[in-house]
Design a protein around this ligand. Structure first.
Ligand code: NAD
Length: 494
């Protein structure tokens, strides 16, 4: 069913437009606002407060003042707030999905998937909040005792990207709440509305004032800059591009901050000769086309064994060529717009370069005329291994296919990138899976699976794809510090 204009307007009018500081929604100190656009039409959807450095510091004041009491709350209470937030978001699935479709462009069915995935981080960390175990043991010498406990790391700065407006926020806020940390959240300026609604839900779920503060801004560094210089901040968790992540890591050295970095990717999707071809094509569709290819885990390079390259490429081109491009709110849309015109121009430049280097366009290959930032779903065959499109994150609906001759060749090509986030393997041979996975320099491997994100699994990369893990029991450890208490021999003198 296509969504009506009235329904869109009603939802947009219900989203808070202020900055959330110490439990109050307020205007930006300079009184300015920033416009949020619909990438399917280019039109303004809403205007929200445009935070300044002064607002960022006010948010840190609130987070810092709330930290000690929040750290002492019962884990059970924190768990119940998260559980309640999970239920409230789930009950409002249609609102969150529509809001994400409007500000980010993804088709409604995918947005609903993100609501379920994003809310799951709240449920998972409600369950983890009461299970953050320390340990107590006798030292190897047999006398002294060792007590190890976890404490919240302290006030955190959380910076999120535009591509998964809900899940990238809940993946940080969930474990931070569970661990007893307070936060300043800075969403991407292109998609801040979902985070605004999410923060309102956290208030409704009973989160005390000052624990979660939200400051959007048209100038990201005006928020991160002063906070990274302030010794009250104890951690930065960032999801976004490698280039910005490196700048933030450098700035985080000043106060020796804990850092979690979820950065860019360049995922190889490796299809071995023994793979089930239909399964591999299904997986390729998910790994490439989910979120219009605007995902850090998106398959960026299809490496296909020469014996099956023709069959795989033809089937993939058939499926991708049959997708319907359109506004995400329209029934039947498979592929929404790119986030910005700038992004679309960059994608097309990579396609043009690849074609100039000898690649063939099997389907798509150009922008869609008219309103919005649409790009045709594209498959490129015979892409030379040194083409820029295989070295950089495409972040769009373009599938470049190249070939390999044997297992060692596949591993070498797959690892020949500075990134190391996700890799995908299609084979029926389990020994090969283990052998190849061990040699792949990637934080995550999908085995006959095109989507691997899960709240219960440790998500993250190696090399220039980042540091730390989100999700799983690893995710909460990112928000705690370890304190060791050395206890003298309790039997001394007895
Ligand atoms: P981006 O780096 O441009 O922006 C990410 C966030 O950082 C936004 O909130 C932005 O406002 C902020 N930012 C930008 N410049 C900043 C600065 N100088 N100081 C402080 N903050 C700044 O990335 P993007 O375009 O929003 O997102 C796409 C990128 O994110 C891709 O590279 C993608 O691979 C990556 N990503 C990674 C993961 C992961 O889990 N590894 C998940 C999603 C996206």
């Amino acid at each position: 069913m296509t969504i009506t204009v009235d329904r869109e307007a009603e939802l947009l009018a219900s989203v808070p437009t202020g900055l959330l500081i110490n439990g109050q929604w307020r205007q930006a100190s300079g009184g300015k606002t920033l416009d949020v656009h619909d990438p399917a039409t280019g039109k303004v959807l809403a205007s929200i407060a445009d935070g300044t450095s002064e607002d960022a510091l006010a948010a840190l004041d609130a987070a810092s003042a709330a930290q000690a009491d929040w750290a002492r709350t019962a884990p059970r209470l924190r768990a119940e707030i998260l559980r309640k937030a999970f239920e409230l978001i789930t009950a409002r699935t249609e609102d969150f999905a529509l809001l994400m479709t409007l500000e980010m462009g993804k088709p409604l069915a995918e947005a609903r998937g993100e609501v379920s995935y994003g809310a799951e981080f709240l449920r998972w960390y409600s369950e983890e909040a009461v299970r953050d175990y320390g340990r107590y043991l006798t030292s190897p010498e047999g006398k002294n005792k060792i007590l190890v406990q976890h404490k919240p790391v302290g006030p955190c700065l959380l910076i999120t990207p535009w591509n998964f407006p809900l899940a990238m926020a809940t993946r940080k806020v969930g474990p931070a709440v569970a661990a007893g940390c307070t936060m300043v959240l800075k969403p991407a300026k292109l998609t801040p509305l979902t985070a605004q609604l999410f923060a309102q839900i956290m208030q409704e779920a009973g989160l005390p004032d000052g624990v979660l503060n939200v400051v959007s801004s048209s100038i990201a560094s005006s928020i991160s800059g002063p906070l990274l210089k302030d010794s009250r901040l104890r951690k930065i968790s960032f999801t976004g591009s490698t280039a910005v992540g490196k700048q933030l890591m450098a700035a985080a050295t000043e106060n020796v901050l804990r850092t979690s970095m979820e950065l860019g990717g360049n995922a190889p999707f490796i299809v071995f000769g023994d793979a089930d071809m239909d399964d591999a094509v299904d997986g390729a569709m998910a790994a490439k086309m989910r979120n219009m290819g605007e995902a850090c885990t998106a398959a960026n390079r299809f490496l296909v064994h020469t014996s099956v390259a023709e069959e795989f490429t033809a089937k993939l081109a058939g499926r991708i060529g049959a997708l319907t491009v359109g506004r995400g709110t329209e029934a039947g849309t498979d592929v929404g717009p790119m986030i910005e015109d700038k992004a679309r121009t960059g994608i097309h430049a990579l396609v043009t370069q690849a074609v100039a280097a000898g690649a063939t366009v099997l389907t798509g290959g150009s922008a869609v005329d008219g309103d919005g930032y649409f790009y045709q779903p594209t498959v490129l065959g015979n892409v030379p291994n040194d083409a820029a499109i295989l070295q950089q994150e495409i972040f769009g609906p373009v599938a470049p296919v190249t070939t390999f001759t044997d297992e060692d060749d596949a591993i070498r090509i797959a690892n020949s990138t500075e990134y190391g986030l996700a890799a995908y393997l299609y084979t029926k041979d389990f020994s090969r899976l283990l052998r190849v996975s061990e040699q792949l320099e990637f934080g995550m491997v999908g085995f006959n699976a095109g989507v691997i994100s899960n709240a219960a699994a440790p998500f993250g990369g190696v090399k220039h794809s980042g540091l730390g893990r989100e999700g799983g029991s690893e995710g909460i450890a990112e928000y705690t510090t370890t304190q060791y208490i050395g206890i003298a021999d309790p039997y001394k003198g007895r």
